[in-house]
Design a binder for this molecule. Sequence first.
Ligand code: CDP
Length: 230
Amino acid sequence: MKMGKPKTSDTVVIAIDGPAASGKSTVARALAGRLGYRFLNSGDLYRAMTWACLQCKIDCHDIGAVASAAGQTQIEVGCDGSEYFPLIDSEDPRAHLRKEQVNANVSPVSAVPAVRYVVSAAIRAHATGRQTVIEGRDIGSAVFAETPYKFYIDAPAHVRQRRRRNQGQTEEIARRDLIDSTRETDPLTVAPGATVIDSSALDVTGVVAAMLAKLKEQGLSSAVYACSNG
Ligand code: CDP
């Protein structure tokens, strides 16, 4: 029997964390599509803040200068059809977010507590009162630690590096992973209670199916609906 689509104005966050090139974005977007939820890539907000620092010619390793820039920069989530993306002082930075210079500086900028504070606040403001799949590094462990719906997507380092090369990028992702997992504030970690999925063993459909099964088991009504509607 097909179920009626659940209606809710509650805050529901599905957190998907993991290291670089673990496949989080593709999976998070597909899962959001199946559930009828919003999708937010929190890394884009950190990339946008990094781009803002670079625009102001700030040394991204100067913690004081980066913190001061974070305090003077307005960051929020904008909407373009069904896409949600960062706005920096009302400007759309999407064309710049994957540039080499941003890749090279995003982890040191993200390690600055003042940056994490403003970006986490923007993510919370966006997701409160909505149903959202959010991918990142600290969503299940810090930003929405209270959500019961948490996943950690991983794959061996060589598999993730090969994926990045296949995307035409030469960046050594191990450097970013090291900074992200050893920083003092909200490091990349497996949140307590998170379901760990190795994405090297499954394709996107397989990972999404595993997540939907877990969410259904947890009693999330939109997952029960998505599973019963194929
Ligand atoms: O897509 P990719 O795996 O390359 O990374 P991303 O999601 O675009 O994130 C870029 C960087 O932002 C990460 O390497 C982290 O330094 C930072 N980040 C973070 O600190 N916390 C998050 N919740 C998301 C990203």
